[in-house]
Design a binder for this molecule. Structure first.
Ligand code: PLP
Length: 466
């Protein structure tokens, strides 16, 4: 390749380094000026070529005002990780190599990295070596894949081949979910033709945990194909369903248990927090994210199934021109995910795990949880601030009381304080509605967040309250 053309990579590298060097001190959160971005990025479709270096340079300059420092150390909105340096660098290589990681013949390296990374992840989470794995774009797709395997399995046991026959005329599938399930569970049920209106909803307790005392009743009645969705790590409170009890009750009626562990599966890696996922290994499928707590660049999620046959029945892909390795020779990634051609998404996960090691992953999880407790302790000491959840993981829910103690005044006050914090540029927290009240969410998920970042952010919150 013409070395001159590769100069665009140097330009990108310089911009990336400058961005990362300034990330920690960049104002966190941006008031989006979409019109300005449209002006600088827009214009008519170019008729003629533009030099590569100019394209990259202009793009970086024009996009810059619209970038959110969500990968930085004081972004506590949603559940957003940053990018570990080794994972980010590996991700650059993934683009440079431009491998199609769908089939082993297209990239033996990507195929073997998936094998190795799958082994490492199973070991980290305490899952059996026979558990199958798929590397997908995030928690949404991991939930979809896990529930696809579930749908196959429960219907196959009822004598129905859903892949061949579809759902028309199939035995009805009962789906039991917790009240506080993540919205992506419902969307997966939409994709799967199982629908969202017909689910059986089990009420949650004050922390958002599925009430396992009510589960046997929800599962009662004649045995029919049943899927139970449990959660490890509520997106608001960080709470964990009692996975052991869910598995016991569900398996009593031959139901499949899918665990949405987008955040909370990582608790399994930490000796301090492992008790929260007790019973995890008895579930039938698991979903998690790598782009959240493992701090791998977007987008990256992982799905596991205890029933590899159900998993591959739902996804295996064959066509006369697609060359598959001989049985047992190599793992064909596209048999475990919805995509055919795909990015070598396991490579940054591999790099993250190698750069941290098991102890490093555990330390990162424990550090984030300790920082969440630091937030909670500091905020509890401020008059007019209530910490509303048991801080068992990395999530803190905060309420700011209104003057007269009326719920509506508290809602307004909480929204107002959130807006003031966001305006400060020091840190960024978002809001939520939780059990009928407006609350502020704090999610500590970034590898680079320090105690000093938390203390600076607490000061910004105190200032906003004043
Ligand atoms: C974030 C999240 C998801 C969705 O994951 P994406 O990576 O955004 O697709 C699902 N479940 C839970 C509990 C989550 O926190």
């Amino acid at each position: 390749m013409d070395p001159q053309r590769l100069r665009a990579l140097d330009v990108a590298h310089e911009h990336a380094r400058a961005y990362l060097a300034g990330l920690a001190e960049r104002p966190v959160g941006r008031v989006p000026d979409l019109q300005a971005l449209r002006r600088s990025l827009g214009g008519p479709l170019p008729e003629h070529p533009t030099e590569d270096t100019v394209v990259v340079d202009d793009l970086a300059d024009a996009a810059e005002p619209g970038l959110v420092a969500s990968a930085g150390p004081r972004y506590f909105g949603f559940v957003v990780g940053g990018a570990l340096p080794a994972a980010l660098a590996a991700d650059w290589l993934v683009s440079a190599w431009d491998q199609n990681a769908g089939l082993s013949i297209l990239s033996p390296a990507a195929a073997v990295v998936e094998e190795v990374t799958g082994d490492w992840l199973r070991e980290l989470f305490g899952l059996a070596p026979s558990v199958s794995v798929g590397f997908v774009t995030g928690g949404q797709m991991a939930n979809l894949v896990g529930l696809s395997a579930a749908r196959h399995h429960v219907l196959a046991r009822a004598g129905w081949d859903v892949e061949a026959s579809g759902l028309a005329g199939a035995p009805p599938v009962r789906v039991v979910v917790g009240e506080q399930r993540h919205a992506t569970i419902d969307r997966a049920l939409r994709f799967l033709g199982l629908g969202t209106a017909s689910v059986t909803v089990v009420p949650a307790d004050d922390q958002g945990r599925l009430r396992t005392d009510l589960l046997p009743e929800a599962l009662a009645g004649h045995r029919r194909p049943t899927i139970v969705c449990a959660q490890a790590g509520d997106v608001n409170s960080g709470a964990f369903d009692d996975l052991g009890r869910v598995c016991d009750a569900a398996h009593d009626v031959d139901a499949w248990v899918h665990v949405d562990g987008a955040i909370g599966l990582w608790a399994a890696v930490s000796p301090q927090h492992r008790h929260l996922v007790e019973g995890l290994d008895r579930a039938d499928s698991w979903a998690t994210d790598a782009h959240k707590w493992l701090n791998v660049p977007y987008d990256s999620g992982i799905v596991f199934s205890a029933h590899a046959d159900a998993h591959s029945s739902a996804f295996s892909l064959r066509a006369p021109y697609l060359v598959h390795a001989a049985e047992g020779e190599a793992r064909e990634a596209s048999d475990w995910v919805p995509e055919s051609s795909r990015r070598a998404r396991a490579i940054p996960v591999y790099a993250a795990l190698r750069s941290l090691g098991r102890s490093g992953v555990a330390a990162m999880v424990e550090r984030c949880c300790a920082l969440a407790r630091r937030f909670a302790d500091a905020l509890r000491a401020v008059p007019g601030i209530e910490v509303c959840n048991d801080v068992v993981l990395n999530q803190v829910l905060v309420r700011f009381e209104g003057g007269d103690g009326e719920p509506a005044a508290g809602d307004d006050r909480t929204r107002g304080v959130i807006a003031a914090i966001q305006d400060s540029g020091v840190c960024w927290m978002g809001g939520t509605m939780w059990q009928g009240r407006a609350l502020m969410r704090i999610s500590v998920s970034n590898w680079s967040t320090t105690e000093a970042d938390v203390d600076r952010s607490v000061d910004a919150i105190r200032h906003a309250v004043r």
